[in-house]
Design a protein around this ligand. Structure first.
Ligand code: COI
Length: 351
């Protein structure tokens, strides 16, 4: 794929101090258009507002998908991506489900890689900091009738980030949601589409009003089985076995999830990808067999769970402290991602 480059006159000031998450944008963005069945005009241009028609179909029927990945600067100066082919493949699956065009794996990776190369000075190097990369696609055809659009934009933007949650890698309090659901069988739960997140906000607002950081989602059919936590996958250590929901349609197939399960199996842990009932989880919390719990995702990496609230019942996990295993997984995974530890799995991708 040929990518045109349009230089910016004046570069922006880089932020100083705590970065937070997603507050700053870099100097450039990647843009490509889809019309008449073909992607065309791939370009890296100065970051800035884009123009599209007020009738663009994404604004009515929400054909929008996205990805989340990070670039890391290793101490020896190497710029690393982490398993970018996993994001490229998931993006294809999301786009197919939303009747949107696909981007070939090699073109997706090239777009990300070339943008990161241009923006390498924006990769922050403080503890836990990285360059968050947000590829996304949306429908631009101007039409009000409901049908798959015939024109789209694919854009990649970048943002230097620190911790996702203000808590950092410290335990959070979780509200088990028993009113709203995030996904159901046959729906879009396995995709990364904006609509999944829009639908989840009411529960998040409710949880925050009640003093919790995030919600634990139950399945949409039985309202019984544990699926995800906030916008992350979730794992529990019960009697030295790791339990997590299977990726059979309603749960996002997380890159961090897959990597952690790999590492845990490699360490000799028994891992069960199964439907785990909330009642059994709360029971394990009370009888002491629930040892640790954590959420996993690209943005926050690992977020330990310190407390669960479900219908008046409260369980505290590991005395509301970050567990030994949670910390060891965090250190190992981030050690590989930042290029500090040997990458025996071949997951890092040098830009
Ligand atoms: C993740 O990377 O864990 C997420 O899905 C969060 C993102 C939507 C900010």
């Amino acid at each position: 794929m040929e990518i045109r480059f349009e230089k910016r006159e004046v570069l922006k000031e880089k932020p100083t101090g705590a970065l937070g998450f997603g507050k700053y944008e870099t100097d450039y963005m990647f843009v490509m258009d889809y019309d008449d069945g073909k992607w065309h005009d791939a370009r890296i241009v100065p970051y800035g507002p884009i123009e599209f028609d007020p009738a663009s179909m994404v604004l009515h029927y929400a054909q929008e998908t996205f990805e989340g990945m990070k670039a890391y600067k290793a101490k020896d100066g190497r710029v690393l991506l982490f398993r970018p082919e996993m994001n490229a493949r998931r993006f294809i699956n999301s786009n197919k489900r939303l009747s949107m065009p696909i981007i070939e794996e090699k073109d997706f990776i090239q777009a990300v890689e070339e943008l990161v190369r241009v923006e390498k000075d924006w990769i922050p190097t403080g503890e836990g900091e990285s360059l968050y990369i947000r590829p996304y696609m949306f429908a631009t055809e101007k039409a009000i009738g409901v049908h798959p659009a015939n024109s789209y934009k694919f854009i990649v933007i970048c943002s230097p980030v620190g911790a996702y949650y203000p808590e950092g890698v410290n335990p959070v309090k979780i509200y088990v949601e028993d009113e709203y659901v995030r996904a159901t069988v046959g729906g879009t739960g396995f995709t990364k589409c904006g609509g999944n997140y829009a639908g989840s906000l009411a529960a998040q607002v409710k949880a925050e009003e009640l003093g919790y950081t995030q919600v634990l989602w139950l399945d949409g059919v039985h309202r019984k089985y544990v699926e995800e936590v906030g916008s992350m996958n979730v794992m529990f250590e019960v009697n030295n076995t790791i339990i997590t929901a299977p990726t059979d349609g309603t749960v996002l197939p997380g890159v961090t999830r897959d990597s952690i399960l790999h590492i845990l199996r490699d360490w000799g842990y028994k891992v069960e990808e199964k439907h785990f009932a909330i009642d059994d989880l709360m029971k394990a919390g009370h009888d002491g067999s629930l040892q640790e719990a954590w959420g996993t995702g690209t943005a926050a990496v690992i977020s330990p769970i310190g407390e669960l609230y479900f219908k008046g019942d409260i369980v505290t996990i590991n005395d509301f402290k970050t567990g030994e295993l949670t910390q060891k997984i965090y250190d190992t995974l981030t050690g590989i991602q930042w290029g500090d530890l040997e990458d025996k799995y071949g997951w890092t991708y040098e830009v």
